[in-house]
Design a protein around this ligand. Structure first.
Ligand code: MTE
Ligand code: MO
Length: 332
């Protein structure tokens, strides 16, 4: 069996996947890929939306898909990470500890269709429903381009399809005692060898304050690049919290629970000195074993190796008020 410290060493190996280049060029030197949403992909997106279009009035369905890229979240001038890298360079420890394993291991018969998700805890409207039903209830999906920054100091830019977490919160109607939201990934030891071997304390669990979860940026993704989420990216539904390190964005969710106390979260329980509960992207607070000042751009190719890491991953305007007066070094 692999011990936690071995896992952590594996995590920290700078894999030989993309070499770090020393000849940095500014971002502006890289051609933006604005025009990725071509007709073919749009049609695929429509295909994905079949369940939604079946229940929504035709006019509304038509209106919600052609312009599904929310203009507020375009990230103009920022280059999207190529789709094949987003779907082949993954952290998903349920399916292996190296980046190339989830794509292979999570696609050997693991079923993510007809998936139900439970909304539970301190709320007026708890329920258990199919992911497709949830998408209908929140009024369909939109697309947002978000920066993604892993705590291991690499980054991507990903076009997610999904809906704001706030819409689910409004559906659930948390009570006044609810102060935190807990996100629980799947538990399926029969089909997931790493869970049989107990390599980590499963299920993978994460948490946010209710205020963080209600922020406009907190997102539940059901697709990327206009297609349903691939298993390795957390099918059929996963959290995306773009101003926090990637480990907050729990994959393949089976339960979202409103709770009164700060919930224990996977990496924070394993190594509390290294992985905080807040995990806000912060270039001024280093990880105990490496700097967080810069990041390796995955797929940066010939032109790009490292770029400076931005406070709150570039989302300072939208989220800094959540941490007013808080010591971010203590609450890392
Ligand atoms: N259930 C679960 N969720 C998880 C993880 C995991 O191991 N298990 N890894 C996290 C980490 S460290 C990162 S960086 C992102 C990676 O998401 P991606 O592979 O879609 O880029 O997923 C997060 N969510
Ligand atoms: Mo990560």
């Amino acid at each position: 069996m692999v011990g936690f410290s071995d896992l952590i060493n594996v995590t920290n190996q700078r894999s030989n996947y993309i070499p770090i280049r020393s000849w940095d060029l500014p971002d502006s030197a890289v051609t933006p890929e604005h025009m990725y949403m071509r007709r073919r992909e749009f049609l695929r997106l429509l295909g994905f939306g079949v369940a939604v279009t079946a229940v929504l009035p035709a006019s509304l369905a038509a209106a919600s898909f052609p312009d599904s890229l929310n203009p507020e979240y375009k990230l103009n001038g920022v280059k999207l990470t190529p789709e094949d890298l987003v779907t082949s360079y993954n952290n998903f420890y349920e399916w292996g500890t190296s980046k190339d394993q989830p794509k292979d291991q999570a696609n050997r018969g693991w079923k993510t269709e007809s998936w139900t998700i439970e909304i539970a805890g301190l709320c007026a409207s708890p329920r258990k429903l199919l992911v497709d039903e949830l998408i209908q209830l929140v009024g369909g999906i939109e697309r947002r381009n978000y920066r993604h920054r892993c705590v291991e100091a690499w980054s991507m830019v990903i076009p997610w399809d999904g809906f704001p977490l706030k819409k689910l919160i409004d559906l659930a109607q948390p009570t006044s005692e609810a102060k935190f939201v807990k996100f629980i990934s799947f538990l399926d030891p029969a089909n997931c060898p790493a869970q049989r071997a107990n390599e980590l304390p499963w299920p993978y669990t994460e948490g946010l304050t209710l205020a963080e979860a209600s922020n406009e940026l907190a997102f539940l993704a059901t697709g990327l690049y206009g297609k349903p989420l691939r298993n390795q990216n957390g099918a059929p539904i996963r959290l995306v919290v773009p101003w926090k390190y990637g480990y907050k964005s729990a994959k393949s969710l089976v339960k979202i629970e409103f709770v009164a106390e700060q919930p224990p979260t996977t990496w924070n329980v394993i190594l509390p000195n290294e992985y905080g509960f807040y995990a806000n992207v912060n270039p001024n607070v280093d990880h105990p074993r490496w700097s967080q000042k810069s990041e390796r751009v995955i797929g940066g190719g010939f032109f790009s190796g490292k770029q400076p890491t931005l406070m709150f991953n570039g989302y300072e305007k939208q989220v800094s008020h959540l941490y007013a007066g808080m010591d971010l070094r203590k609450n890392f």
